[in-house]
Design a protein. Structure first.
Length: 270
């Protein structure tokens, strides 16, 4: 896994297929992933982490820039049971889903052992205050060292005030909640300006941690149906997105796995 050098722009390698993209995701469970992020952030190596769900992966199939952003991330987590299932189906038996609403509190929890310093960016100031209070309330001694709301825009600017606040607070992890793929595009612009900070895009995690949006029941999460709960909660915004991206994910997965089996059969028969 690679991290773009400070001040550099990701180059554009040939576009990958869905299975190839998923195969670059982190293999392990939530604790493994949390420890990997804590270690990377504490090391000061910088870069950014992407949580690759069905939506962002299918978007990347049609967007070379987004695909390059994903492939240039320091860590790519399989966000969602379908993505983790595809990892396991292609030989990575230890792969488990690692979603933002689980990763954020687990990293805050496990990061206390090394005094990890967290900065929250995105959402609104009111919601950010709730997130910070919730994290401090659940994890005594957690270092939440700053917050900054980001404007609701197609491409939010990388605000110099935010950068200065993160530097002055000596933040080590900058959590970004803008939704995908907006947050991925924001992080790739911000990361070179904060070369010692690990950025992590966690989508709607702030809302779930703050309690401003209900999360799917555990049974739906385990069954890979958390997307259905979210769609039912916000049908006007999410229905078309989920139908389109989920349908494409299923179709592309079936086609690419069938092609791989055919190619393997030909090699064996040669």
């Amino acid at each position: 896994m690679t991290t773009p050098a400070a001040g550099s722009e990701p180059t554009s390698p040939p576009r990958a297929g869905l299975v190839e993209l998923v195969s670059t995701c982190f293999v392990g469970d939530l604790d493994d992933g949390s420890d990997a992020l804590v270690e990377h952030a504490a090391s000061g190596r910088g870069g950014y982490a992407c949580l690759c769900n069905v939506h962002v992966l299918t978007e990347a199939l049609h967007d070379a820039e987004l695909q390059t952003i994903l492939r240039s991330a320091a860590i790519r987590f399989p966000d969602g049971e379908p993505v983790a299932w595809l990892l396991r189906r292609t030989g990575h038996g230890r792969a488990r889903r690692i979603g933002g609403p689980d990763l954020l509190p687990r990293v805050v929890d496990r990061g206390r052992a090394v005094g990890l310093r967290h900065f929250l960016a995105g959402s609104t100031e009111e919601n950010l205050a709730r997130v910070a209070d919730a994290l401090r309330g659940h994890f005594a001694g957690a270092e939440i060292v700053g917050t900054q709301a980001l404007p609701y825009a197609h491409e939010p600017p990388v605000d110099e005030r935010l950068l200065e606040q993160a530097r002055e607070a000596r933040a080590q992890v900058l959590w970004v909640s803008l939704g995908a793929p907006k947050q991925e595009r924001w992080m790739v612009r911000a990361a070179p300006l904060l070369p010692d900070v690990m950025l992590a895009g966690v989508g709607a995690a702030f809302d779930f941690v703050a309690g401003t949006k209900p999360r799917a029941p555990a049974l739906m999460q385990r069954a890979g149906l958390e997307w259905l709960h979210r769609m039912a909660s916000e049908p006007r915004r999410l229905t078309s997105r989920y139908i389109r991206s989920n349908s494409e994910f299923v179709g592309r997965t079936a086609w690419e796995l069938a092609r791989r089996r055919l190619q393997a059969g030909r090699r064996e028969g040669a």
